[in-house]
Design a protein around this ligand. Structure first.
Ligand code: NAD
Ligand code: UGA
Length: 457
């Protein structure tokens, strides 16, 4: 007999790992994860998980069937639940009012109405998705618009995990944030959510706030992280003009304890499903309150990110004698960062599309993201190949482009790669990942971000 029934609606990158970790630490709770996507649920149940995340399969295997269950029966599980986490997707709206900026809340509203319909008793509904500030008010109104005489308490508990390190982040979060209404029922609901995390997280890392602070803090945290990446990327452009070295500058600046060393890695720009979407959402909210200067300020973070990707493509084309027509180029990495198969908003998409538009022929290698690459570049079928072996990808190529910071790219035999390539052979390291001096000594012309080129021409 379980102490409590937890339901999570949405079995994606957040719902799956988060619930697996909760189930692992809370054997006294029954945790069910539901999704409308049958394939996803089937994969969660099969052991061949729908997402790649280090450490995830072990933790799922341990709890699956004991106190962790995946199902497509959304309605059937709603009424049994005491606490319902909602981690459905909240992408950028692509139509109508706010298109290209505002969050598309249709999945959230559908879920809220479904909860309302299928419930015979009141429940705690937890906002796990990233949502615009004030969403809890709208959701609360929908949920409480019932004639069953039942009350729903909406609590905000945004997720701060990063992909590729999700299990570590969930096990050892910097903080868990829980926002609730200041009413008696709001505070009681908050304590129930706190109780879950108390199973493994030290008290001082569980912080509580009002709902609006909690909702807004999530958007702001992502905006600040993305802003640091864009800030260092602007400086990388300046380094390239002045022969300063971005790695040296980032180290010197990051050692100031007031600034800190994290998120100062210059590269081909940030990707992932959230940074861009959340900043655009933040700008949309600011505009709605008439705060246009605030909106313009944050918009620049996204603009600089596109600029950085364009700069990288120009670096490739100009150094390859201004034409790449018919040239084979090996792309190492397609996911938006290392240790994930996720390609959403990956900088590799824009880089590859730009190179394909210039009529290059791409050989793409990624340890986990080839399926995603095929989908993203479907329009260019016939102009690229997917290679499971990096040496095959590089064979006969004029250039190797590092688009993702997979650690294994730094341990490849680059002498072997060089010998198999057309000459002159180029490496464009969009992540400043490799040992450039060594590559230069092998014979490569090496071009990188924010550092002087090591070029033989
Ligand atoms: P995702 O697309 O991987 O998963 C969302 C899931 O919700 C999908 O499987 C979808 O089928 C399901 N879904 C949609 N509508 C549904 C419905 N009515 N009933 C049942 N299932 C439904 O998205 P994600 O990456 O897990 O992100 C979810 C939310 O978490 C977003 O708001 C995102 O901003 C936020 N977030 C994501 C991350 C991350 O690293 N991906 C980190 C922190 C926060
Ligand atoms: C980010 C945040 O780090 C999480 O806290 C947040 O929960 C999540 O977004 C979300 O809301 O979805 P994630 O996008 O998974 O996590 O990965 P990050 O490690 O933040 O990397 C984002 C992008 O920035 C990647 O493309 C990465 O390569 C790039 N990056 C990161 C840099 O270019 N330089 C850096 O120094 C750091």
């Amino acid at each position: 007999m379980f102490k409590k029934n937890i339901l999570c609606i949405g079995a994606g990158y957040v719902g799956g790992p988060t619930m697996a970790v909760i189930a692992h630490h809370c054997p006294d709770y029954r945790v069910v994860v539901v999704d409308i996507n049958h394939d996803r649920i089937q994969q969660w149940n099969s052991g061949n998980l729908p997402i790649y995340e280090p450490g995830l399969s072990e933790i799922v295997a341990e709890a699956l069937g004991k106190n962790l269950f995946f199902s497509t029966d959304v309605d059937g599980h709603i009424d049994q639940a005491d606490i319902i986490f909602v981690s459905v997707n909240t992408p950028t709206k692509t139509f109508g009012l706010g298109a290209g900026k505002a969050a598309d809340l249709q999945y959230w509203e559908q879920t809220a109405r479904q909860i309302l319909k299928a419930s015979s008793t009141g429940k705690i509904v937890v906002e796990k998705s990233t949502l615009p500030v004030k969403t809890a008010a709208a959701i609360g109104r929908i949920l409480d618009s019932n004639d069953k005489g039942i009350h729903f308490e909406v609590v905000s508990n945004p997720e701060f995990l990063a992909e590729g390190s999700a299990i570590h982040d969930l096990e050892h979060p910097d903080r868990v944030l829980i926002g609730a209404r200041p009413t008696e029922s709001g505070q009681a609901a908050m304590l129930q959510v706190v109780d879950i995390y108390r199973h493994w997280i030290p008290e001082e890392r569980i912080i509580t706030s009002n709902v609006w602070s909690s909702e807004l803090s999530k958007l702001v945290a992502n905006a600040f992280l993305a802003q640091r990446v864009s800030s260092i990327n602007t400086i990388s452009a300046l380094c390239e003009k002045t022969n300063a070295d971005i790695e040296e500058v980032a180290k010197a600046v990051g050692m100031d304890s007031r600034i800190g060393p994290k998120f100062l890695k210059a590269g081909v720009g940030f990707g992932g499903s959230c940074f861009k979407k959340d900043i655009l959402n933040l700008t949309y909210i600011a505009e709605n309150y008439g705060l246009f200067e605030v909106a313009r300020y944050w918009e620049q973070v996204v603009e600089i990110n596109s600029y950085q990707q364009r700069r990288f493509v120009n670096l490739i084309i100009t150094n390859m004698f201004n034409t790449i027509v018919g040239k084979r180029i090996a792309i190492f990495g397609f996911s938006f960062k290392a240790d994930t198969g996720d390609v959403r908003e990956s900088p590799a998409i824009n880089v590859c599309q730009a190179l394909l538009d210039e009529k290059a022929v791409l050989a793409i290698h990624d340890p986990k993201a080839l399926e995603g690459a095929a989908q993203e570049l479907g329009d260019y079928a016939g102009q690229f190949s997917l290679e499971t072996d990096p040496y095959e990808a590089a064979s006969g190529a004029h250039a190797v482009v590092i688009a993702t910071d997979w650690n294994e790219f730094s341990t490849l035999d680059y002498k072997r790669i060089y010998d198999s390539m057309e000459k002159p052979a180029f490496i464009f390291d969009g992540r400043n990942l490799l040992d450039h001096q060594k590559l230069y000594e092998i014979g490569f012309s090496v071009h990188r971000i924010g550092r002087p080129s090591l070029s033989r021409i």
